[in-house]
Write a protein that binds this ligand. Sequence first.
Ligand code: HMG
Ligand code: MG
Length: 285
Amino acid sequence: MTETVEIFEVGPRDGLQNEKRLIPTAEKIALVDLLSRAGFRRIEVASFVSPKWVPQMADSAEVLAGITRAAGISYAALTPNLRGYEGAKAARADEIAVFASASEGFSKANLNCTIAESIARFLPILEAAKADGIPVRGYISCVTDCPFDGPTPPGAVATLAERLIGLGCYEVSLGDTIGKATPETLSTMLTAVTGVVPGAQLAGHYHDTGGRACDNIEASLGYGLRVFDAAVGGLGGCPYAPGAQGNVATEAALDRLHSLGFSTGLDRALILSAAELARSMRAAQ
Ligand code: HMG
Ligand code: MG
């Protein structure tokens, strides 16, 4: 039987958060509804962050209220603090994600606090989510390189990943935020991280700035990772990481995984339609 690798679609959040044009809520809903028919188990659709920091995500509650939820799909939202968590819960996000950085420079730029302070903010979120029965995913940004601090020590990523799992995150997604990782630097990092957290609890979240995201996915498979984040049409970037470009395109990740003999359970024709829709949303700006 073919082994399955899951693609976690993050286009409606990571893909769109960086777009300059304020995309109308109805367009975001149309994209999510199309993606909901393509076979994903998880789709990240919202982000309950400060609208002063990321104006594009200000209508997250409306997006969650407007989508047609398909059975069996978990609709996810980012939450940087307890206020964000309360917003995500009220909007009935099926799961939430806390996001930390392995480098202090990016932590400051993205969350306006140190790594330790960000963890302290996550504690009440994890406590509340546990009581509410809402699964929490953890992100770590800058797992190999930081736009402010340079190369990230692999040990820092391992320590943070272990901490996030210890706090109750069910999975940690490893972000190559600026797309600078190579299969070599990534492998060094994954050797450290899988020494403390099994590959089955890790996901790869690779931006494609350097054009190596698919190679990095391939390298990660050897470390037991079976979940990869991607965005249809390769949209995206992080407004607080200078030079960061889009996530690996879902269609490119899918083609690479299929060529390696893995199944994804995704409908390629629908993914291509969604990629076209996503690109047209960008082109309209
Ligand atoms: P701050 O300015 O230090 O804190 O921001 P604050 O408490 O003073 O809040 C600023 C304002 O936002 C205040 O409003 C708060 O009330 C409000 P004011 O009093 O000035 O009118 N506020 C909120 N509003 C709505 N929802 C909230 C919320 N919290 C505060 N939850 C803060 C600290 C964490 C809020 C800010 O830094 C922030 O929102 N950062 C998020 C940045 C972000 O979303 N980045 C992109 C996502 S991460 C990413 O893309 C990486 C990832 O893809 C992985 C990878 O690729 O590496 C996940
Ligand atoms: Mg990202």
